[in-house]
Design a binder for this molecule. Sequence first.
Ligand code: G1P
Length: 295
Amino acid sequence: MAKIKIRKAVFPAAGLGTRFLPATKAIPKEMLPVVDKPIIQYGVEEAVAAGCEQIIIVTGRGKTVIEDHFDISVELESQLESRGKYDLLAMARQISNLGRVAYIRQKEAMGLGHAVLMARDLVGDEPFAVILPDDVIDATTPCLKQMIDVFDDVQSSILATQVVDGPGISAYGVIDGKPMAKNPRVLEVKNLVEKPKMSEAPSKNAIIGRYILTPRIFELLEKTPLGAGGELQLTDGIRSLLEHEKVYGFSFEGRRYDAGDKLGFLKATVEFALKRDDLGEEFREWLQELSPLKV
Ligand code: G1P
């Protein structure tokens, strides 16, 4: 069988970002910077590094600055050029060169499954990736690339997972799966539940915001009833997919930050800043001075 390439990545970005108010009253949460880069750019760079050629961003009201961010800024570029700021110019150009970006509006916030369904026409009849921009993942091999490597082998839908201990599990989709003998990081999914009570969670394996899905998900999402929170849940659509095809969980290597949450955002900011060549050393010294006094 000829190997199918994952060419398209869908970014649901229409959410209201209520966990991050008041910052997100007028600014999309996807544009909040971790150090100096908007959250969504981390995900887009990951998709491009994994070989995706087309980025599909599902937006909504108040999100047009995301389009401006990935577009060419003629004024900015000519000003940087005339002032000889070539490093910054290269950085600005690199952003507008990140693959082909298409936008589609989700007119009503009806859930993640509904957001993914909005991308149906742009994705067409081929397997595709979904990246939830809030989940920023720091990994030596980009998380989506790790998943595509597994996809090349199994040619089925794959959900990124991570172990979550304690009551926090109720904030996630949770899978019940059986590890594969040849690679225990890959689980064959038997069932999955969206935001279960801790006592009803089938395991500690939480779904993290990276998916590879086969196009059958679209016809199934069309028929999926509203689920947790009165929303059309992607997890519920994937449970229907299980009736037709195999679905795998994949415990990726890397560190994930929930950058849509204030604490997760702070952790990501500190850790990414510490890794920066231009900031890390001074920032570390300052943290060390600060910690005995204030922490
Ligand atoms: C969404 C999904 C959930 C998944 C989570 C990962 O939930 O519905 O299954 O575990 O993303 O971040 P949300 O965070 O949008 O409530």
